[in-house]
Design a protein around this ligand. Structure first.
Ligand code: FMN
Length: 181
C-alpha cells in the first residue's frame, strides 16, 4: 500500500487579532478535498519558540532549547509544507522567519508551497519565503498570492472566495475606506 504524503499547513502569524485563520481554513478545505495527501494544521501559536539563541543552526550543532527541539521533531514528521504567509514590511512575519531558522535538516529536500496575503497581496513575502526555502534546501512550487485589498484592522468580515480556477481572492464585503492625511 502506498503511503500518502503528510503535509503540514503552517500558520505563520501569531498575533491575537490575526487574519491568518481565514486563508488557513480556506486552504485547509482545498487540501483536505484531495485524496493524494494528508494535511494537518501546524499553528505557530502552539510552538512558543524563543528568538533563535542557539550556538549555531542545528545543521552544525544540536539545539538546546526544548521548544526548538520539539519544533524540529514536529517538522521532521512531515513530507511537505503549505505556508500561510502574511506580509509584514515586504517579508514574512518575524515569527515565521524565526521558526524557519529553528530547524534545518528537518526542512531539507522537502517541497513547499504557500498561500500569501497582505494589503498589497503578499507577493513580496512569498518571494522572500522562496529564497529562504532555497537556503534550507527545500523545493518550491509556484504558489498563489492573494490580495486582501485593505488591512485586516479595517474590516473584520473578510471572506475568501474562489472566483475562478486560476484566480482566488480575498475580499472585504464592507465598503473600503480611504487613507486620508
Ligand atoms: C507590521 C506590519 C507590516 C505590514 N507590512 C505590509 C507590507 O509590507 N505589505 C502588505 O501587503 N501588507 C502589509 N501589512 C498588512 C498585513 O499583511 C495584513 O494586515 C495582514 O492581515 C497581516 O496578517 P495577520 O493579520 O494574519 O497577522 C503589514 C501589517 C503589519 C502589522
Amino acid at each position: 500500500m502506498t503511503m500518502k504524503p503528510r503535509i503540514a499547513l503552517i500558520i505563520g502569524s501569531t498575533r491575537p487579532t490575526r487574519f491568518a485563520d481565514k486563508p488557513a481554513q480556506w486552504m485547509l478545505k482545498q487540501a483536505q478535498a484531495r485524496e493524494d495527501m494528508d494535511v494537518e494544521v501546524v499553528d505557530l501559536r502552539d510552538h512558543p519558540l524563543p528568538f533563535f539563541a542557539e550556538m549555531a543552526s542545528n545543521l552544525h550543532v544540536p539545539s538546546k532549547d526544548s521548544e526548538a527541539i520539539r519544533w524540529q521533531e514536529t517538522i521532521a514528521g512531515f513530507d511537505g509544507f503549505i505556508f500561510v504567509v502574511a506580509e509584514y514590511n515586504h517579508s514574512v512575519t518575524g515569527a515565521l522567519k524565526n521558526a524557519l531558522d529553528q530547524a534545518y535538516r528537518e526542512w531539507n529536500r522537502k517541497p513547499f508551497t504557500a498561500i500569501a496575503y497582505g494589503g498589497a497581496g503578499g507577493a513580496c513575502a512569498l518571494e522572500h519565503l522562496r529564497g529562504i526555502g532555497v537556503e534550507l534546501q527545500m523545493v518550491s512550487t509556484r504558489p498563489p498570492s492573494i490580495s486582501v485589498a485593505a488591512t485586516s484592522w479595517q474590516c473584520s468580515r473578510w471572506v475568501v472566495t474562489s472566483q475562478s480556477r486560476r484566480s482566488r481572492r480575498v475580499f472585504c464585503p464592507a465598503p473600503r475606506r480611504r487613507w486620508t492625511i
